[in-house]
Design a protein around this ligand. Structure first.
Ligand code: HEM
Length: 543
C-alpha cells in the first residue's frame, strides 16, 4: 500500500467517474442508513468479533476513494492511526486491509504469531515480474519461500558479507573521491549514492560495475527498475476485485510495459549475464580448473556451482539475484541521502562524527575502513537514528495473513493485506528528536534491534548486515574527508519534509557542497585510487 496511491486514484476515477460526486455520495449515504437500520434489526451476537475499527466506507469501492484522494498515503495512514488506534481496518474493493501502528501489536503479530502474518500480499502486475512469486520477496509463505530464504541467508551472513569488503572499499572511495574533486561545487549526491549501492549489488551479484552515474546502460537499468516498482509495486484496481474483465482492462497497458522491462532486464541483462558466467564456469570445470582459486566468485557463480546440491534452476538464481538488486539499491541509497541532509542541518552531529574518525586517520595514517566497524559507535548510532526517524519505506512491504486470527479483541480475516506503519510504530516507543545518543546509552547499536525499518520476524530483511556495512563505511569516509554543507549557502537548512514515492526521500533536492578537511585526507584519497584500480582489475579478471 505504500505505493498504491496513484493507481488507486486513477482506478477509482475510472470506476466512479471523474467526479466522485453526488450519485456516489447519495449511494453511500443510503448504504449507511440501510446498514444502521440492519444493525438495529439484527444486532451482532456478543460472541461475534468485529473487524478492527474503520473510517466510513463507500459502497462497493470501500475506502478506495479515501486512498485515491491523497498523494501521501503514509500521512493519511498516520492520521487514521491517530483517529482509529493502533489497529484499524480498511476495505479496498473486496480486500480487507489491516493497519498496525504500535510496537506491542507488531511484536505480537510478526514475532509471537509470526506464521499467521508471514504471507506476502502481491499485486497482479508484480506477480508478472516475479513469475508468480518464484522469487523470495514476493513468494507465498511456504516451502519454496523457506528454501529461497535459506539460500539468501547463506550468502548474506555477516561472515560472508565481509568478502564484499574490497568492493565496498573501492566504491566508497569512488564516492569520496568525487566529493573531494568537486569540493566547493554543488553536487546532487543522490545520483552518486545510487552509483555506490548499485555497483555494490551488481558487482556481488553478477560481477559487473559502472564507472559513472551518467553511463547510459546504468541509467537505462535504473529507469527500468523504477518502472517495475511503479507498475508492479503499486496496487491497481485489478488487485482489489476478482473480475476477469476488470483485470483485462486494467492490465492491458501495464502488461505491455512490464513485458518490455522483463525482456530487457530479467531475460536480457540478468539472465544473459548468468548464462555467460555459466558457460565460462563449465569451460573451466571441463579443463579441470577450480574457478574459486582464480578469483572472488560473485553470487551468480557461487549459486551456479552449487545449483545441483541446492536444487536450484538457472531461473531461480535469476529471480533471487533480481530481488537483491531491487531490494538493495534504492533503500540504502535513500537512507544515506537522508543522512546527508540530517548532518548538514545538524552540524553538531557532524562535528561529533569528525571527532570519532579523526583519530583513525591521524594514528594509522589511513582512511577509516570496515576493520574499524566496532570502533565507530557514534557513526552507527547516527545511521540507526536516521533509519528510525526517516524510514525510507514507511509502510514496509505488505504482508498477508495465512489464517484467521483474533488480535486485540478484533477478528482478523485470512488473506487480509497487513500494513505495518513504521512511523507510528516508532512513535509508540521513541520521541522524534534527532538523538543518536539514545542507541549508545541503551547499548543497542544493531540495526535489527528495537527499530522496525527492516521489518521483523520470519520475513525480516535479510540484507540488513550488508546495508549496515555499506552505510557505516561510506559515512565514516565522507566525514573523515570532507565537511558537508548546503550548496545554497553555509548554515542554510534543508527542508526535511518527506516526499512520498517508491522510497520516501526529502522533498527538496539535496545539493551538497564539500570542503576538504586537510592535505592528509586529500593525499589518502588520491593514494586510495590504487584500491579502486585493484578492484576494477579483479572484476576484469572475473569477466
Ligand atoms: C537501508 C536498506 C534496506 C531497507 C530499509 C530494507 C527494508 C526492507 C523491508 C522493510 C523488508 C520487508 C520486511 C518484512 O516483511 O518484515 C525487506 C525485505 C527484504 N529485503 Fe531489505 N532493506 C534494505 C536493504 C536490503 C539489501 C541490501 C538487500 C539485499 C541484499 C535486501 C533484501 C531483502 C529481501 C530479499 C527481502 C525479502 C525477505 C522475505 O520476504 O523473506 N534488503 N527489506
Amino acid at each position: 500500500m505504500s505505493i498504491i496511491a496513484d493507481t488507486l486514484r486513477d482506478a477509482t476515477a475510472a470506476l466512479v467517474g471523474d467526479s466522485v460526486g453526488a450519485q456516489v455520495l447519495a449511494a453511500a449515504a443510503a448504504t449507511v442508513v440501510i446498514a444502521a437500520a440492519a444493525r438495529r434489526a439484527f444486532p451482532p451476537s456478543p460472541t461475534d468479533l468485529k473487524l478492527p475499527p474503520s473510517p466510513p466506507a463507500w459502497p462497493f469501492v470501500g475506502h478506495l476513494p479515501l486512498l485515491a484522494s491523497t498523494k501521501e498515503p503514509d500521512k493519511l495512514i498516520q492520521k487514521l492511526a491517530h483517529e482509529y488506534g493502533p489497529v484499524f481496518s480498511l476495505k479496498l474493493g473486496n480486500v480487507d486491509v489491516i493497519v498496525i501502528s504500535n510496537q506491542e501489536l507488531t511484536q505480537e503479530t510478526l514475532v509471537k504469531r509470526g506464521k499467521i502474518y508471514a504471507g506476502r500480499w502481491v499485486g497482479k502486475a508484480l506477480a508478472i515480474g516475479t513469475e508468480n512469486g518464484q522469487d523470495l520477496v514476493m513468494a507465498p509463505y511456504g516451502e519454496r519461500w523457506s528454501h529461497m530464504r535459506k539460500i539468501a541467508h547463506r550468502v548474506l551472513t555477516p561472515l560472508k558479507i565481509t568478502q564484499l569488503d574490497a568492493r565496498l572499499d573501492a566504491e566508497s572511495l569512488r564516492f569520496v573521491r568525487h566529493l573531494v574533486s568537486t569540493a566547493g561545487e554543488p553536487v546532487e549526491v543522490k545520483r552518486h549514492l545510487m552509483l555506490y549501492t548499485v555497483n555494490i549489488m551488481l558487482a556481488k551479484c553478477l560481477g559487473i560495475t559502472y564507472d559513472s552515474p551518467d553511463d547510459p546502460a546504468l541509467r537505462s537499468l535504473c529507469n527500468d527498475m523504477l518502472k517495475i516498482f511503479e507498475l508492479g509495486g503499486v496496487g491497481g484496481i485489478e488487485d482489489y476485485y476478482d473480475s476477469l474483465l476488470l483485470n483485462w482492462v486494467a492490465m492491458r497497458h501495464k502488461r505491455k510495459e512490464i513485458d518490455a522491462v522483463f525482456a530487457r532486464v530479467h531475460q536480457g541483462l540478468v539472465l544473459g549475464l548468468i548464462l555467460e558466467l555459466k558457460a565460462r564456469l563449465d569451460d573451466e570445470l571441463a579443463h579441470g580448473e577450480d574457478p574459486a582459486a582464480n578469483r572472488n566468485l560473485c553470487y551468480a557463480e557461487e549459486l551456479l556451482l552449487s545449483m545441483e546440491k541446492d536444487e536450484l534452476t538457472v531461473n531461480d538464481i535469476k529471480q533471487l539475484l533480481l530481488d537483491f538488486l531491487f531490494a538493495g539499491m534504492d533503500t540504502s541509497a535513500a537512507t544515506l541521502l537522508w543522512l546527508h541532509a540530517y548532518l548538514i542541518n545538524n552540524p553538531e552531529h557532524q562535528a561529533r562524527l569528525h571527532a570519532e574518525v579523526d583519530p583513525i586517520v591521524k594514528t594509522h595514517g589511513r582512511l577509516p575502513s570496515l576493520d574499524d566497524f566496532e570502533e565507530l559507535p557514534y557513526t552507527r548510532a547516527v545511521i540507526k537514528e536516521v533509519a528510525m526517524i526517516s524510514p525510507v519505506a514507511p509502510l514496509g512491504v505488505p504482508r498477508q495473513t495465512t489464517d484467521t486470527d483474533t488480535l486485540a479483541g478484533y477478528h482478523i480475516p485470512a488473506r487480509a493485506q497487513v500494513i505495518y506503519n513504521f512511523v507510528g510504530i516508532h512513535d509508540s516507543v521513541y520521541d522524534r528528536d534527532f538523538r543518536p545518543d539514545r542507541w549508545i546509552e541503551s547499548n543497542n547499536l544493531g540495526l535489527m534491534d528495537g527499530i522496525f525499518t527492516f521489518g521483523a520476524g520470519r520475513r525480516m530483511c535479510p540484507g540488513v548486515h550488508l546495508a549496515a556495512r555499506e552505510m557505516v563505511l561510506l559515512v565514516a569516509r565522507v566525514v573523515a574527508c570532507v565537511q558537508l554543507s548546503n550548496a545554497k549557502g553555509d548554515g542554510v537548512k534543508f527542508d526535511m519534509t518527506p516526499a512520498f514515492g517508491l522510497t520516501v526521500l526529502p522533498k527538496e533536492t539535496v545539493l551538497v557542497k564539500s570542503t576538504v578537511r586537510g592535505k592528509q585526507v586529500r593525499d589518502l584519497v588520491e593514494k586510495g585510487d590504487a584500491a579502486l584500480a585493484r578492484a576494477t582489475s579483479n572484476q576484469a579478471a572475473a569477466k
